[in-house]
Ligand binder design. Sequence first.
Ligand SMILES: Nc1ncnc2c1ncn2[C@@H]1O[C@H](COP(=O)(O)OP(=O)(O)OP(=O)(O)O)[C@@H](O)[C@H]1O
Ligand SMILES: [Mg+2]
Length: 451
Amino acid sequence: MAERVRVLVVDDEERMRSFLVAELARLGFSAEEAGSGEEALRRVEERDFDVVLLDLRMEGMTGLEALARFKAADPSPEVIILTGHGTIDTAIEAMRVGAYHYLTKPFKLRDLEIHVRKAHERTVLLRRSRRLLRLVRARIGGAGIVGGSTAMKRVLDLVAKVAPTESAVLVTGESGTGKELVATAIHNLSSRSGFPFVAVNCGALQESLLESELFGHEKGAFTGAHRAKEGLFEVAHQGTLFLDEIGELSPALQVKLLRAIESGEIRRLGGTRAFTVDVRTVSATNVDLREAVRTGRFREDLFYRLSIFPIEVPPLRDRPEDVRDLVLHFLATVTVPGKGPFTIAEEALDALTRYRWPGNVRELRNTVERMMILSEGSTLDLTSVPPEVRAPGPAAIPAPEEVDLTLDEVERRHILAVLARAGGNKTRAAAILGVTTRTLYNKLAEYGVSS
Ligand SMILES: Nc1ncnc2c1ncn2[C@@H]1O[C@H](COP(=O)(O)OP(=O)(O)OP(=O)(O)O)[C@@H](O)[C@H]1O
Ligand SMILES: [Mg+2]
């Protein structure tokens, strides 16, 4: 038999109180009473109630005060406000503070029953999602990485082992698999965690800009260098320098980076002073660096320097067991203003688990967020799963309907379509398009799309 819904009636009017308790009992609820806000708080501390019926106007602690204290309790019950006509404004205020609903006296017992049941459902829902969140948090040990699959456990194990060392780590894996998250975790679990974690995207900037970003410049080093600027190597001193998309680094910068790492010294552009820097590097790439070394696009000596300790993050399709936990994690952590908390239907979870996720965890995250925004109610059901996820078709290139388009326009549309399909991931979009990330960034800048 289902457990009885526990209701606490808080009213300083004795007659009203006993009437409600008797009626609630008759409806099958387990009802108890408190004659003041203070007493109610004591009762709530003693045991968990599912729903509290709260009179707003009482002697001593007001209903509003009591409400705020109830909502701070964990688990907190849902609160239904009982109000006379004179206090409707306060009741609305109470809703803002977190009351579930209000009933104006006199109310029908039938209405009371419906609202108590609904409030109870909500309590159960909230408790369940809070419990799940706790579970997920415990599982990832605060690293922010969800991964119960054997494959991810292995990754997390490597992270934990290498983090406290000084070794240079190379994180590889497809786009959106969580490489940056892994890099952050390595930093956070290291003795450098009190110092900066500085991320630099080697694919996003032009060579000369990237060089001055990394190494800084002195005043007057080049046109526009009105003042000296410290480089990211200096900023990351004693911390971790995260070299993202390292495979995109130009040959000239590969040489400079290698020199900086080997000597532990950098020189700003246009400067003669040498700065000693103590940084640990964590690099990431979604291209095959070994292959790049073989074809001469990446220096072998630099490759070995950066990849003392390699970690490969597996694609999501190879660890479908993680999909469920990830979805629950995103339901608990991604918020949509004015909506939620959300739960998800089993069939929807199944559909998400079956999909291949070419954009990996990032695509999953974006999909869940889209489902949350589009959903009508608070349960994400099968209908809210995007059609291409439910029944993935062939990867057709969307053809423009009009025939009188310029080649430039066709190119623009195609690039934006591919980018959208890649979940906004520029590295992946560039890979699909067969161009370098830099080319893609340039195109997007041309179109006025911010990166
Ligand atoms: N195991 C995970 N647990 C929780 N969130 C994750 C996990 N893996 C990835 N994410 C989330 O997915 C998104 C993409 O992850 P991240 O940016 O680390 O991927 P990436 O491998 O660096 O991708 P890219 O190659 O495109 O740079 C982020 O929002 C990240 O928080
Ligand atoms: Mg990344």
